[in-house]
Design a protein. Structure first.
Length: 490
């Protein structure tokens, strides 16, 4: 064979295979189309800190958040999923390199042949058995194989795995954002319920004082028995709220303990004696830029990117593939002589699908459908993110107005209570108007606490809706992976 003839034959075979098994190129990937608004309805002037909860200047909250970022089980599980995605990425990347394997074996041979002769020796004895043959042989082989990635099938698989890994990294940040907001919401609800307990105890004492006063007036003939009974009923109504509120305090402590990765009965101390003031409204920015600060949006974009690469991979899987295998082997009686006389083989394999009952075509169609699904999922994620920002802004603005009107209502309730008490003292009315106004005022006092806590809730929701991320460290039991940051997982 003339030099170069084998190469020309190989190129000819490739050309024929490309003509026979060629398909139309993949269609351009569908691009997400979401009408992005130019701005949000409201915006502040202050950029929120990376660790958004520090804006509340609450040392107790800061401590709880730091514990949650290192010990929360959902966050730790997200780290594990990131490790899994990292391993899959490394596995997919290995396909771009040759695969090399070696083997070494030893065979112990022992052959004993016994031949019993029917003739006797001249001395009258039988012929002795034949001599035994035994020995040891060594064999070894070295094999290297490599697939020529002509159509980018392996590269597409690698890029898809890389995008999945990057999406898992964003999922970790999304989980951290979710957990941090849950910690803050639970903490301030716990603070509110503790304050509610204090208000209820003050109201209990006030109603007790009123009951003693009415009892004294009844004994003096200045009040009716119905006034005493009605005041006693109001006292018991306040007292009945105490067990429910105490139950909420305990369950919120349990919930908070689990969020920071501790058993439910872990002691959670609450030193705060008031709800914090609301920090300045953060800058919402341009929607297109702000949304890319959200880790869930970034993750959805990476999932979409991975789906696009898998379409390319499925398409390339329908085209011919070429693999090269180089092997060397030898067998010797002495291990020192192994591989002195190599037997080398070079194999080039060309494989092309001819008939598979459209299995590969169906896999490509499935990949395209999955990519289309990812497009719609990404669009839904973007629209949901826009909705969450606008919802939080609207809720906070209206809650501020609600608190203002609630304060006006409380001032009117106090005035009404004083007037009704004055009229009762003067004998102009009975005790019932006093009781009604007292009940309304005490209900408004408790309602005001809940309203202020809900205002904080809407601000936490806004911080979460605006997204963001911060450097995260993983504290593992294995010293080799202790305090590994998320960017170091590669």
């Amino acid at each position: 064979m003339r030099p170069g003839l084998g190469k020309r034959n190989l190129l000819t075979a490739l050309a024929v295979a490309a003509l026979v098994f060629s398909y139309s190129c993949p269609e351009p990937k569908k691009k997400p189309a979401v009408d992005m608004p130019q701005s949000f309805s409201e915006s502040g002037r202050v950029s929120p800190p990376d660790k958004w909860w520090t804006a509340f200047s609450d040392a107790e909250l800061n401590r709880l958040e730091e514990e949650a970022m290192t010990d929360n089980l959902d966050v730790l599980a997200a780290w594990d999923r990131l490790d899994q995605a990292n391993s899959l990425y490394k596995s997919a990347s290995a396909g771009l390199w040759p695969s090399v394997s070696a083997s070494l074996s030893m065979t112990d041979k022992k052959m004993e042949g016994e031949k019993q002769s029917t003739e006797t020796s001249p001395t009258g004895g039988s012929v002795s058995p034949s001599a035994s043959s035994e020995g040891t042989s060594y064999s070894g082989s070295l094999t290297a194989s490599y697939e020529l990635d002509l159509w980018g099938r392996v590269r597409s698989g690698k890029e898809a795995a890389k995008a999945d890994f990057e999406a898992s990294r964003e999922d970790l940040h999304a989980m951290a954002m979710t957990v941090s907001s849950q910690v803050a919401l639970t903490w301030y609800e716990l603070v509110e319920q503790k304050l509610q307990l204090g208000v209820l105890k003050e109201q209990e004492q006030l109603n007790k004082d009123y009951l003693e006063l009415q009892t004294l007036r009844y004994r003096q003939g200045a009040a009716a028995a119905a006034d005493v009974v009605q005041q006693r009923q109001q006292l018991e109504a306040v007292r009945s709220e105490l067990p429910n509120t105490q139950s909420k305090v305990e369950t919120l402590k349990h919930q908070l303990a689990v969020l920071i990765g501790k058993p439910p009965r872990t002691e959670i101390s609450v030193e705060r004696d008031s709800l914090p003031g609301l920090p300045p409204l953060p800058r919402t920015g341009i929607p297109a830029d702000t949304l890319m600060q959200r880790p869930d949006v970034r993750s959805a974009r990476k999932r979409l990117e991975a789906a696009g690469h898998r379409v390319d991979q499925a398409f390339a899987n329908r085209l011919p593939s070429i693999s090269i295998t180089l092997s060397a082997s030898d067998t010797e009686e002495e291990i020192e002589s192994l591989f002195e006389n190599w037997l080398r083989n070079l194999t080039i394999n060309l494989a092309a699908p001819i008939f598979d009952a459209e299995r590969r075509k169906a896999e490509e169609e499935k990949a395209r459908a999955a990519a289309s699904e990812r497009v719609h999922s990404f669009e839904k994620t973007v629209l949901t993110a826009l909705q969450e920002v606008e919802n939080a802004l609207a809720q906070e603005e209206n809650q501020k107005e609600y608190i203002k009107r609630l304060e006006k209502q409380m001032r009117s309730a106090r005035q009404s209570l004083e007037l009704s008490r004055e009229r009762y003292r003067n004998g102009a009315t009975g005790y019932l108007p006093v009781l009604v106004n007292l009940k309304n005022l005490q209900a408004l006092e408790r309602q005001q606490l809940t309203a202020k806590r809900m205002l904080i809730t809407y601000r936490v929701n806004l911080y979460r809706a605006l997204g963001g991320s911060w450097e995260m460290e993983r504290t593992a039991e294995n010293p080799q992976t202790a305090k590994k940051t998320v960017d170091e997982v590669k």
